[in-house]
Write a protein that binds this ligand. Structure first.
Ligand code: HEM
Length: 85
């Protein structure tokens, strides 16, 4: 995935709830490395599945973002987690 494009997708679709890699709805489920590791979300596959289908209070993006866009935003999230946001 293209992380630079993923950054734009993140700003437009994810930052309302996940600015700075945080989570305004469920505070423990951040996008930071420790939480992604703890909840088995530390892979492109796991993030792609959740973004496509949603989970609990997180909406599904499968109808709104293409597979390529979802791969790009997943790449960006993992890259930011490695960098510590
Ligand atoms: C969880 C990514 C948009 C609310 C997560 C997780 C990821 C993620 C990777 C798992 C975090 C973890 O388990 O530690 C994204 C991306 C988005 C997006 C890439 C944009 C495409 C949103 C939006 C909202 C939201 C807009 C709020 C309306 C949540 C909630 C959870 C969550 C509530 C916890 C779900 C649960 O386990 O019950 N998100 N998210 N997300 N996100 Fe998002």
């Amino acid at each position: 995935g293209d992380a630079a494009n993923g950054a734009k997708i993140f700003s437009a679709n994810c930052a309302a709830c996940h600015a700075g890699g945080n989570n305004v709805i469920m505070a423990n489920k951040t996008l930071k490395k420790d939480a992604l590791d703890q909840y088995a979300m530390n892979s492109i596959d796991a993030i792609t599945t959740q973004v496509k289908n949603g989970k609990n209070a997180m909406p599904a993006f499968g109808g709104r973002l293409s597979d390529d866009q979802i791969a790009d935003v997943a790449t960006y999230v993992l890259e930011q987690a490695e960098k510590g946001w």
